[in-house]
Write a protein that binds this ligand. Structure first.
Ligand SMILES: *Cc1c(COP(=O)(O)O)cnc(C)c1O
Length: 334
């Protein structure tokens, strides 16, 4: 930086702004910004403890509603909530869309996904089976393999409570050896469960695949290590397609989760950082077995009510229209 800046910024001032030892971009940004925010309420709080003395606000992320709503739900919203694209707050009235129509729109998105997966992987996934999705960067803290902590218990749930099938996607950064290890581990879990549960891991996770997945699965899973998930946005994409979330209470889900109404939490909100994987895994199995899988197979109306609340409570709020308004109001215009 000294060679780039020359005399433009004296070196002792650069050190004051960006750290003594080496250039710290976060410190530099904190010191030169008029306004600083985290990307979810929790992220704002955690950032304040990491950088004491800096005023740090929060503006929770959102996703672009029209981009992340699949064709069948677009048609449904067009019919019942005209103008929703430019006024996604009006998705709050999803509660009054007839349940049959919600289910038909979901079945359409699910069929598209399952057809694509069967073409790509020849695994014979079914349209009826309860389908969980997990797709994101394969970074270690995301714990993509948490659901395989006890593969026998997972197989037991699928055999005895209701059939489960799993879809994974996600690439590791080329220099993230630990992330690559997680993917290898999942492939060995898939092999171990070969004759008991159908599981696919898709290559080349990208935006097109993310659109198919977040619309076509029945439940969106996220199991990050607290408090590392700054926001998490794929779950917001799922809500736009009526797909409930099942996630660790971290990032945006602390704000979006109403237990049994918009989806479900995994583990406690205050779990400590080092040693909660065991508890989280147990809680995950417990809820899948006792609450979620039975509800999906035995109480269709209540399941669709949860889909409706995902849209009405969460798609109506966790969108870029609301987010940009908050940036304008709190960051740029004040
Ligand atoms: C949305 C998205 C992400 C981010 O998902 P998170 O849940 O925030 O990890 C990553 N990659 C792709 C391709 C996406 O569409």
């Amino acid at each position: 930086m000294r060679s780039f800046l020359g005399e433009f910024v004296p070196f002792d001032i650069l050190k004051m702004l960006a750290g003594e030892e080496r250039l710290n971009m976060t410190l530099l940004a904190l010191n030169l910004s008029k306004y600083v925010n985290g990307v979810a309420k929790k992220h704002g709080e955690i950032s304040k403890t990491m950088f004491p003395g800096y005023p740090i606000d929060s503006i929770t992320n959102g996703v672009h509603s029209n981009t992340w709503t699949c064709d069948s739900f677009k048609r449904l919203y067009d019919q019942y909530i005209p103008g929703w694209q430019n006024d996604p707050f009006s998705l709050r009235s999803a509660l009054s869309i007839p349940k049959n129509d919600i289910w038909a729109a979901h079945a359409d998105a699910k069929k598209k996904l399952i057809d694509h997966l069967n073409e790509e992987t020849n695994t014979g996934l079914s349209y009826e089976a309860f389908t969980l999705g997990f797709a994101r960067r394969a970074a270690l803290y995301k714990r993509a393999d948490l659901i395989f902590s006890d593969i026998n218990r997972l197989a037991h749930i699928s055999n005895n409570v209701g059939k489960i099938q799993l879809v994974f996607a996600g690439k590791a950064h080329p220099r993230d050896g630990q992330g690559k290890e997680v993917i290898k581990k999942i492939f060995s879990n898939i092999a171990q469960l070969k004759d008991r549960i159908k599981i696919v891991y898709l290559e080349n996770y990208d935006i097109e695949l993310a659109k198919l997945l977040t619309a076509g699965v029945d439940l969106w899973l996220n199991t990050p290590q607290r408090p590392n998930e700054a926001s998490g946005t794929s779950g917001m994409k799922a809500t736009h397609n009526g797909v409930p979330n099942f996630s660790v209470l971290d990032g945006w889900w602390i704000e979006g989760c109403i237990e049994g109404i918009t989806g479900w939490s995994i583990g406690s909100a205050s779990g400590n950082i080092t040693d909660d994987s065991k508890n989280d895994a147990q809680n995950l199995y417990e809820k899948l077995e006792k609450v979620i899988v039975p509800l999906f197979y035995n109480n269709h109306d209540k399941w669709i009510a949860i889909m409706q609340h995902s849209i009405a409570m969460n798609a109506s709020f966790f969108n870029t229209h609301r987010m940009v308004q908050q940036y304008a109001l709190n960051a740029y215009l004040f």
